[in-house]
Design a protein around this ligand. Structure first.
Ligand code: CA
Length: 478
């Protein structure tokens, strides 16, 4: 099952890796990330309450993937996956990174993305790109985990997982390249991040990679009066605030697009938009036809809309129904840039070396594939296998079948491409597929490090177990 990409990587050992030149037509690369956005929460995904004209236009300018998966249903491991192109469980990054993690209180400065792992910033910088991360990091607060140490020339944002939307000059967690921020060009955080992104783009003279990592619409639910006024028709106050927060995010996406158009960069900029995980229980998000929420492995936790736009290369206004993954960003970006990946460094000290070798042999060094053939409509491959695990929950999707295995009930089998609500458990009548997936999941787990980087968060164990039965598809909140 080695992809062409993985074979390429395994033959990289003798290449010069610190290339400084960039292919003449190398595209700019832009990640626009939402945080805890629901699957249905854009006009182009079915929302009637929200207004997302710029995201809808972005979808119309490219390819909308309806079955995109993230690496984890919670923020931090999802980001560890998308930024490394590697399944985060393979380097022990399973639980969410917050104060609820078992060993967080004693040594928070030691917890984060293992220094041996390369980020998209590392890979693209070694291929000659300018790199920036604006917004939420959530991959560790210690010095060794700082974005400036992890492949990003420029960083403006917060190291933690959430932040209030009206930062106070004397009390906030925001910084720019290590310097605490005391004033803000815009009082509302989402608009501030947009302004910072526009400012960084202003001074670029060579191909660039920007990860614009909005924390909207993650809690706390806070919006400006102007944005709230646009949604006075929504009676549900939380939903109204969520709509206003999404409107600010959408405005930012529009401003970035306008800027790129005016500077004649839009045609050759590869843009991907998605959410780091599904809608959460607390932020009035709406997962549309999906069951489950942030924190659980039903589709509502891990399936997100994903938009790819590259006007000069990709078709416009098409949909991709094949399953894809946030782990595909790395190989897709490198293919677009005609670049090469950095070789993996030595495994972590704590990582079981035998497992590491076995996993690399079985699954390759990286877990994604180059999506460009699929996005261009040159390929229709749907035969992919994805794995997830989080605190007693585990799941595998292979082809059309998905198996979910929980600690507190028998495993279930679904066909989520057609049964979006995961309402019909096919385990009884499809015992062959059930057993095969159960075995593949166990084989994958046998290759994982035996000791996760930090203990579980009781909050997510407790919440997730409840949400499997409680959180079913429902009408959009009004
Ligand atoms: Ca999140």
């Amino acid at each position: 099952m080695l992809s062409r990409f993985v074979r390429l990587l395994t033959s990289l050992t003798s290449l010069t890796i610190f290339a400084t030149s960039v292919a003449a037509a190398a595209p700019n690369i832009l990640i626009l990330l939402a945080d805890d956005m629901g699957y249905g929460d854009m006009g182009c995904m079915g929302s009637k309450q929200l207004a997302t004209p710029n995201l809808d236009a972005l979808a119309a300018s490219g390819v909308l993937c309806s079955q995109a998966y993230v690496a984890s249903p919670v923020c931090s491991p999802s980001r560890a996956g998308l930024i490394t192109g590697r399944d985060p469980r393979r380097f022990g990054y399973e639980g969410n990174l917050n104060q609820n993690a078992a060993n967080y209180a004693t040594r928070p400065e030691l917890l984060g993305l293992p220094p041996g792992e390369h980020t998209l910033g590392n890979h693209l910088r070694s291929n000659g790109y300018d790199t920036a991360l604006i917004g939420k990091w959530h991959l560790g607060k210690g010095d060794a985990f700082h974005p400036n140490q992890r492949g990003f020339d420029h960083f403006c944002g917060m190291l933690g997982g959430s932040h209030g939307y009206f930062p106070k000059p004397d009390k906030n967690q925001l910084e720019s390249n290590g310097q605490a921020l005391r004033e803000f060009s815009n009082p509302y955080l989402t608009d501030f991040f947009t302004a910072e992104a526009l400012g960084w783009l202003e001074s670029r003279t060579k191909p660039w990679f920007m990860f614009l990592s909005y924390n909207a619409p993650h809690g706390p639910l806070q919006a400006t009066d102007e944005d709230l006024a646009k949604f006075a028709h929504i009676k549900n106050k939380k939903r109204r605030t969520y709509a206003a927060m999404m409107s600010a995010l959408d405005r930012g996406v529009g401003k970035i697009q306008t800027k790129l158009k005016e500077s004649e960069q839009l045609e050759n900029t590869l843009i991907v938009f998605f959410s780091d995980n599904g809608g959460a229980t607390g932020n009035a998000s709406w997962n549309g036809p999906l069951s489950g929420v942030k924190g659980c492995l039903r589709e509502g936790g891990v399936r997100v809309p994903m938009i790819w736009s590259w006007p000069s290369k990709l078709p416009k206004g098409t949909r991709c129904e094949a399953p894809v993954s946030s782990l595909d960003l790395l190989p897709t970006f490198l293919a677009a840039a005609e670049g090469t990946a950095l070789p993996l460094r030595n495994p972590l000290a704590h990582e079981d070396k035998r497992n590491y070798a076995k996993a690399t042999k079985s699954f390759g060094a990286y877990d994604g594939v180059d999506l460009l053939p699929l996005l261009k409509g040159e390929s229709t491959s749907t035969k992919r296998t994805f794995f997830w695990r989080l605190q007693g929950q585990a799941a595998i999707r292979s082809g059309a079948d998905k198996l979910i295995r929980l600690a507190h009930r028998p495993a279930q089998l679904f066909k989520p491409a057609t049964d979006l609500a995961e309402a019909e458990d096919l385990a009884p009548q499809r015992s062959e597929s059930f057993q095969s997936l159960f075995r593949q999941l166990a084989e994958w787990e046998a290759t994982l490090p035996t000791v996760p980087l930090w203990g579980s968060s009781p909050f997510w164990s407790r919440e997730s177990a409840k949400n499997y039965d409680k959180w079913l598809p429902h009408d959009e909140p009004r």
